[in-house]
Design a protein around this ligand. Sequence first.
Ligand code: SF4
Length: 190
Amino acid sequence: MNILLHICCSNCLTYPYKLLIDEGHRITGYWFNPNIHPEEEYNARLNSFNELVGRWDIPFYTEGYRPEEYFNLFTPGSIPKAPERCSSCYSLRLDRTARMAKEKGIDAFTTTLLISPYQDFERLVRAGNEIAQQYDIHFYSRDFRPHYNNSRVLSKELGLYKQKYCGCIYSKEEREIKRKDKKCLTHCKI
Ligand code: SF4
């Protein structure tokens, strides 16, 4: 099958790409992640993506950095928490991927987000299927999660940049809070 693969980061690209190619699919990558914050982090992830697609000679399309596309999803002052917030984020990225696939005459679309046990798999699949219907295109829905560890090992071997939070400013803040709580607990136990 000819598939447009939305790529959330180079780490999540590694194993799914190998798997799909080995199975005979034709893969084109697509980088569209306006959720990533701040710009330095976006550039670090984009550089890692560019390094890998260059090394593996993967054809791809990219979009420029327009974080307002992500922030416009929410009303200021009432930002939903994850995983509700993530539904909008998934839909934004998958909608654009489906649109691009349609424009380029590619049969199907999917996303590397499907490998992450930290993402909401059911929400992703729901969003993908709804968008597929709207654009009359196939959503290649596959549970890559059993291969997550293989992806991590491969990423380490390749020396790819590894991010510390999902991507948006809210996930960054949530991680900071968790980190501080953990530090406090450790301190209290001493
Ligand atoms: S936590 Fe991740 S998936 Fe959820 S809104 Fe933020 S960047 Fe998007």
